[in-house]
Ligand binder design. Structure first.
Ligand code: 5AD
Length: 347
């Protein structure tokens, strides 16, 4: 284990079996060592800065039926909504005023939002706030579509790969979705010039140290600019309702490992992490994360964008409470940065 940790600290590429051994070798003490080193690496590249992104959940319609997700098509209990262009711009106005310089437009795969409509929103935001970055998180689309959205002004794209193991992928998704296509999308996004984020849930059903080691191999291979990692949390109206949630410990351990494998990566302490533990996101930062994504969606729709049960939405994860978040970050030796916070890999 000592040799492996040395390799990890030296920034070497690790093989699947080595990553697996690190995962199996988890102890609270090793997790602490990794978190300390990961924090140092975060500081080396980003100083005390924590970047914030204003998350706008603009549609919860989705044509997909992923077994884990609360806004899956078959969930007839979900109250569906779609924001209008004006609503989205209002969110940006509010967000800009409190200090957000990145807006993340996230939604289900909603065919209402065809390229033309989405491009209109992107250009309108860019026209009003040319100094802000726009991140999209709207799932799988054609390369041509990704190109159009990019040309309209989108800068970044989040598309979690969910799991890098084919078999595992097929246990989380219906037959019409496959890992190969997901990867094709990720490579297409990178080729176009987006800053790209992939990622996975921790503790998803059928996950194993093997599949996580494969996730980490995929991260080393793909070299994403951003990595989204949060615990799986069951949603009561999904096939995975009775499954166990991922743990705080394993999520933090993985955040540290990812920071060490990809030193310059933009790594959010996710809302899901804040949902399973009151201090989850601060702990995430201390384990190596450097991004937070407070919710900028209009308050009346927040309760409907439920990917999992008990999702938090009124505390410091809400954009209105940026002051509180700033105070919390100061208390752990960090500072909320008021700028776009681009990937260092793009410079
Ligand atoms: N628990 C945690 N994360 C979830 N996501 C979807 N459903 C859940 C859940 N039940 C994550 C997926 C998706 C991202 C937008 O949210 O990884 O890519």
């Amino acid at each position: 284990m000592h040799e492996l940790i040395k390799k990890l600290f030296n920034g070497q590429v690790l093989k699947k079996e080595e990553l697996k051994a690190i995962l199996e070798g988890y102890t609270p003490d090793i997790a602490k060592q990794l978190a300390q080193q990961a924090s140092q690496i975060r500081k080396k590249w980003y100083g005390d800065a924590v970047y914030v992104r204003g998350l706008i959940e603009f549609t919860n319609y989705c044509k997909n039926d992923c077994y884990y997700c609360g806004i899956r098509k078959s969930n007839c209990h979900a109250t569906r909504y779609r924001l209008r262009k004006e609503d989205i711009l209002d969110c940006c106005d509010k967000g800009y005023e409190i200090g957000f310089r990145t807006f993340v437009l996230q939604g289900g795969e909603d065919s209402y939002w065809k390229d033309e409509r989405l491009c209109e929103v992107i250009s309108a935001i860019k026209c009003k706030y040319p100094q802000c970055a726009i991140t999209l998180s709207v799932g799988e689309r054609s390369k041509q579509s990704y190109q159009r959205l990019f040309d309209a002004g989108a800068d970044r794209y989040l598309l979690r790969h969910e799991t890098a193991n084919e078999k595992h992928y097929s246990l989380l998704h219906p037959k019409n979705l496959d890992l190969e296509h997901r990867k094709q999308c990720l490579y297409a996004l990178k080729e176009i010039g987006y800053q790209v984020g992939c990622g996975f849930m921790v503790g998803s059903p059928h996950q194993s140290v093997d599949t996580i080691a494969e996730d980490l191999c995929f991260l080393q291979e793909f070299q994403p600019h951003m990595v989204g990692i949060g615990p799986f949390i069951p949603h009561k109206d999904t096939p995975f309702a009775k499954e166990k949630a991922g743990t705080l410990e394993m999520t933090l351990y993985l955040l540290s490992i990812v920071r060490l494998l990809l030193p310059k990566v933009l790594l959010p302490a996710t809302t899901a992490l804040g949902t399973i533990h009151e201090k989850g996101r601060e702990k995430g930062i201390l384990a190596g994360a450097n991004v937070m994504m407070p919710n900028l969606s209009p308050e009346n729709v927040r309760k409907n964008y439920l990917l999992y049960d008990n999702k938090i939405s009124t505390g410091e994860e809400a954009a209105e409470n940026l002051k509180l978040l700033k105070a919390k970050m100061t208390s752990i030796g960090c500072m909320v940065a008021i700028h776009r916070g681009d990937s260092l890999l793009m410079k």
